[in-house]
Structures are given as structure tokens and as C-alpha cells.
Design a protein around this ligand. Structure first.
Ligand code: ADP
Length: 560
């Protein structure tokens, strides 16, 4: 109405017809009005007649208050808000609660305090030497003054080296538990991020946190992930090197007696950068080896406390059977035994549960429905007795513990479990040769009895060859090469692959000698079996019928 009236009274100053509205001004006051569009084709002419000016930019003015708010207060508010966020981020870095968005450069070290984990040295069985070295650290954390007084400084870093599953992580936690100090744990691979530079900032962050919480223990697991030698090759891993450099700098940066002790674990000490292992950084190395017989027994006992076992379980016997097992495997054996007891409806684990679970861990579960033909079963029986008989007849070889021809899920159709009576630290040349003969005994028995051979000996062949090769290339037990190393071992704790370090001709000669050595032992095994053919038949028949025989049964028949 106002619009129409003003048009008629020629009161309109400017007008702008937009798609959805019409804006117009009062000629005298300049006041802006707006109204809806109307479907009136003549409107334009009437407006023109009224003397209105068609404009294109009549701006709706905001109220002065609103415009003040928008132009002054809003920017200030935005800046204040940003400032708050930034300062919160800084606080986070200083150890505040984790913030999802800005936490990218923080170290994700988990903190354990004594009460939460509570692992003590008594929980770590065996490993007495390692514990002894680490006790000093605990002592120091308890009473640093005693050390400062005399001017001694603790090593900044201690490297725990050993095969997987021997309790390195446990030992580090136990040090923290015994000393009742905070324990930061982080894995080497966690430092290496998708974004370059993050690793270095995480290292900085970790050390800052640690220094704030000192005295404390920082544990870096799998340190070889960042501590590998810097080889300077093209296309090297920049991120990793930056992280390592930062670690080196940080370790130099803090004083010896601040109370921050860094423990690190690795399976590949030889691949670590020399700068990392020099005195002043990781200057102490604590080997954590596979447990010996006594150690295995103790580890079994520690873990057996967690489950119900029969009173008459002979842990020494189990430990003897599980030769070469790591702490983690022994823990697994105990757990498997408990599972088996439950499966069979018993209320506690018995000796046979434990024995069976060793075999499960070594060779896999029994394959209940594997059907061997009669011929195959005889072949396997002779093969296994062949191993055992050759082992028993050479007086240097350990007696057998158990022979079985029940197929396992690992693919083994049968196996002979040898038992070492005590610990062996050295092996003589004869002992290794006898061992090779024992490996070849299975195949030899097939030849002697059936006059033909099968595929069943592939694993024996591998083992025998490995030993024979090591004798020549590493132990200097051949006539021709004397005490010359022809191979170097890498990854000592991870299977120990070896690489040849000799000329092609020498390698060919080594191959020839390896063949000769194995052949000689193979012939020896065959002749032992031929000499004892009757015993071989008798034992194989017994095994064929019973499927599993113990070492005592075996020796009884042999000595009859
Ligand atoms: P690593 O760090 O050397 O690979 P861990 O310390 O993680 O091995 O050990 C793995 C598991 O094995 C432990 O949780 C523990 O159950 C068992 N274990 C290993 N060594 C021992 C030991 N000496 N005493 C008791 N348990 C052990």
C-alpha cells in the first residue's frame, strides 16, 4: 500500500526491482523501504512516470548496533577463540589430557605407574644375570644420592638384547615396578609417522615428559625400527634418520644424574647405529638369552601359579622336554595345558596335559582324521625309529624322550623328541657329526628296510645340511680351510641367516665338502641300522602298534 501510494504521490526517490523484492527510497528522507514483487506489467511505466530513479544498488542498511557488532566485536571474538585453542594445545603438550585434533606431534608413550602394573623381579623367572645388572638401576633410582656422592653416574641407556619372547619387556617393567617410579613405554615404530618431522617431535616430547616426571624409566621397544645404521644411501628413510638424530641429541642433552633411565629392547643389536651404542648413550648391554633348563623350570612354575595343576606334576621333566623354548612359549605351553584340561572336563591340568601341550606348541595339534595308508604308516614308523636308534647307538647323542607317529597339523607325520640331560654350551666335532648322522637316520632306515626312499625326510635334510655347512664355514672344523670364517651370521637372535664371504671357487669347494660330510654320516647311520636290523624291526613294529612310545619303553626293548 505504501509503495502504491508513494508511487502515485511521486514520493519515490530510487527504486530497484529485484527477483523477489522491490527496494525503494523516500525522496525526502532517504529512508529505505522494501516490499514484495507484484505481477503488474505496467508498474515499470507508472514508476517511470512518477519520476523515480531506477537504481541498481540500494543497500539495505543494517541497524547501527548490528553493524558495530559485526565489524568490531566478531573479529575480536574470533581472535580470542583462536588464542584459547592455541594455548590449550601448548598445555596439552606439557602433559595435559590428550586432544584429538592437535595431538599429532605428541609422543604416545603410555605411562605405567607402579600400582597399575606391579610387575616385580620375582615375576620374571630365570634370567638371573640380567636381573643382577638391572638391580643396580633399581638401587640407583631408590637412592641416587649415594651414587652422586662418590661421583659415579649411572648409564643413561641400557640395551636389552635377546631373541623374541625372552622377557625383555617384562624386565623393563619389573625395574620400574621395583623402583616404584613412572614407566613410559613406547615402541620404536610408533615414532615413525606418515608426516615427516613428527618422529623427531615425538622424541622431543617424550624426553620433556620424562624429565618432568623424573626419576622415571623410559622404555623403547623394538628400537631397531628407528636406530638402524644410517647408511646414507639414496632414497634412505629421511624420517627415520631425523628421528634417530633427535634421539641422539636428546640423549646427549640430559645430564647423567637426572634420574631418567632409558631402557631399550631389540632382537637385532648388530643393526643398530654405532652412534647409538657408544658410551654416553646406550652404554650398557644386557643380554637376555633363551632360558636354560633351570630357567625353564622356574618360568614354568611362575606361570603354573596362574592355573590349577595337579600336585604330582614334574616341572623339571616338562622343562627338559621343552628344550630351546622361550619364556613366551613356556607361558603358552602352560596355557595350552589349562585349555586342554578344560576341554577334557578336568578341574586341573595334569602332567599329560602339559606334555601334550608341548607337542602342540612344537608340532601343532593332532590331526584326528588324517588317514595314512598302511604302507605310509610303516614307513613313518621305520623312519622315526631310524632316527632314535641311530641317536641311541652313538653314545654321544642324547637319549630319546618320546617317539610318536600321530600326524600333526604342522604337517609332521611323526617325530622323535630328543632330550638333553643337562646344559650344553659347547659341542665337539664328534657330537655335531653324530647329530648329522641322527638326522639322516630316518632316510637310512627307509633305504635299509624298503629299498626305496620317500619325501618324508625334507626337514631332516635341511637341518643336516645347515649343521654341516656351519661346521665348515663357521666353526673351522674342516681340514682345508683351517680357522677361516667363510660366513658371517646376521640376525643372530632371529633365526641367524648366514651370508657367504668367500670367493666363488671357495664356495664351490665348501659345497663339495658339505656333500662329502653329510654323505659320510649318512653311510654311518645306514651301517648302524644294518648292524641292528632286528632291533629296528622290533621297535618299528612296537611303534606301529602303539603309535606313541616313551623313551623308557624304547630303551627297554633296545637293551633287552
Ligand atoms: P620380549 O619383550 O623379550 O619379546 P616379553 O617380555 O614381552 O618378551 O615376554 C612375553 C611374555 O612371555 C611375557 O608376558 C611372559 O608371560 C612370558 N615370559 C617371557 N620370559 C619370561 C620369564 N623370564 N619369566 C616369566 N615369564 C616370561
Amino acid at each position: 500500500g505504501t509503495f502504491m501510494t508513494m508511487t502515485e504521490e511521486k514520493q519515490i526517490g530510487q527504486v530497484e526491482v529485484q527477483e523477489s523484492q522491490i527496494l525503494f527510497t523516500d525522496k525526502d528522507s532517504g529512508q529505505i523501504y522494501k516490499t514484495g514483487v507484484m505481477d503488474d506489467p505496467d508498474l515499470i511505466y507508472r514508476l517511470k512516470d512518477s519520476g523515480a530513479v531506477f537504481a541498481s544498488e540500494i543497500v539495505e542498511q543494517m541497524s547501527p548496533f548490528l553493524s558495530f557488532l559485526l565489524s568490531w566485536l566478531l573479529p575480536i571474538l574470533i581472535f580470542v577463540g583462536l588464542g584459547q585453542l592455541m594455548s590449550r594445545r601448548m598445555m596439552n603438550k606439557a602433559g595435559g589430557p590428550n586432544s584429538m585434533m592437535f595431538g599429532a606431534g605428541r609422543s604416545s608413550a603410555k605411562i605405567y605407574v607402579k600400582s597399575a602394573e606391579g610387575i616385580k623381579f620375582s615375576d620374571v623367572a630365570g634370567e638371573d644375570e640380567a636381573k643382577e645388572s638391572l638391580t643396580e638401576i633399581v638401587e640407583y633410582l631408590h637412592n641416587p644420592g649415594k651414587y652422586r656422592e662418590i661421583g659415579a653416574s649411572m648409564p643413561k641407556g641400557i640395551l636389552l638384547v635377546g631373541p623374541p619372547g625372552t622377557g625383555k619387556t617384562m624386565l623393563a617393567k619389573a625395574v620400574a615396578g621395583e623402583a616404584s617410579v613412572p614407566f613410559f613405554s613406547i615402541s620404536g615404530s610408533e615414532f615413525v609417522e606418515m608426516f615427516v618431522g613428527m618422529g623427531a617431535s615425538k622424541v622431543r616430547d617424550l624426553f620433556r615428559q620424562a624429565k618432568e616426571k623424573a626419576p622415571c624409566i623410559v622404555f623403547i621397544d623394538e628400537i631397531d625400527a628407528i636406530g638402524k645404521k644410517r647408511d646414507g644411501q639414496m632414497g634412505g628413510n629421511d624420517e627415520r634418520e631425523q628421528t634417530l638424530n633427535q634421539l641422539l641429541t636428546e640423549m646427549d642433552g640430559f645430564e647423567g644424574n637426572t634420574g631418567v633411565i632409558i631402557l631399550a629392547a631389540t632382537n637385532r643389536p648388530e643393526s643398530l647405529d654405532p652412534a647409538l651404542t657408544r658410551p654416553g648413550r646406550f652404554d650398557r648391554r644386557v643380554p637376555v638369552e633363551l632360558p636354560d633348563l633351570k630357567g625353564r623350570e622356574e618360568i614354568l612354575k611362575v606361570h603354573a601359579k596362574k592355573i590349577k595343576v595337579a600336585d604330582d606334576v614334574d616341572f623339571r621333566q616338562i622343562a627338559r622336554m621343552a628344550s630351546g623354548a622361550s619364556g613366551a612359549e613356556l607361558a603358552n605351553i602352560i596355557n595350552e595345558a589349562a585349555l586342554r584340561a578344560v576341554r577334557d572336563g578336568r578341574r586341573f591340568a595334569t602332567q599329560s596335559d602339559l606334555e601334550e601341550s608341548i607337542e602342540v606348541v612344537i608340532a601343532g595339534y593332532q590331526k584326528k582324521n588324517a588317514i595314512l595308508t598302511d604302507k605310509e604308516k610303516w614307513t613313518v614308523a621305520y623312519h622315526e625309529i631310524g632316527h632314535a636308534l641311530v641317536a641311541a647307538k652313538q653314545n654321544h647323542s642324547a637319549p630319546v624322550q618320546k617317539i610318536t607317529i600321530i600326524p600333526r597339523t604342522s604337517g609332521a607325520l611323526g617325530y622323535t623328541m630328543q632330550v638333553e640331560e643337562g646344559n650344553h654350551y659347547l659341542m665337539t666335532k664328534e657330537e655335531i657329526e653324530n647329530k648329522i648322522a641322527t638326522y639322516t637316520g630316518g632316510r637310512a632306515a627307509e633305504e635299509v628296510v624298503f629299498g626305496t626312499i620317500s619325501t618324508g625326510a625334507s626337514n631332516d635334510i635341511e637341518q643336516a645340511t645347515k649343521l654341516a655347512r656351519a661346521m665348515i664355514t663357521r666353526y673351522g672344523m674342516s681340514r682345508d680351510f683351517d680357522m677361516v670364517a667363510l660366513e658371517t651370521v646376521r640376525n643372530q637372535y632371529l633365526g641367524g641367516d648366514a651370508s657367504l664371504t668367500c670367493s666363488g671357487e671357495t664356495a664351490a669347494e665348501v659345497d663339495r665338502q658339505v656333500v662329502e660330510l653329510v654323505k659320510k654320516q649318512h653311510e654311518k647311520a645306514a651301517s648302524i641300522l644294518l648292524e641292528n636290523r632286528e632291533k629296528l624291526d622290533e621297535l618299528a613294529k612296537f611303534l606301529y602298534e602303539k603309535e606313541t612310545i616313551t623313551g623308557e619303553e624304547f630303551m627297554q626293548i633296545l637293551n633287552k
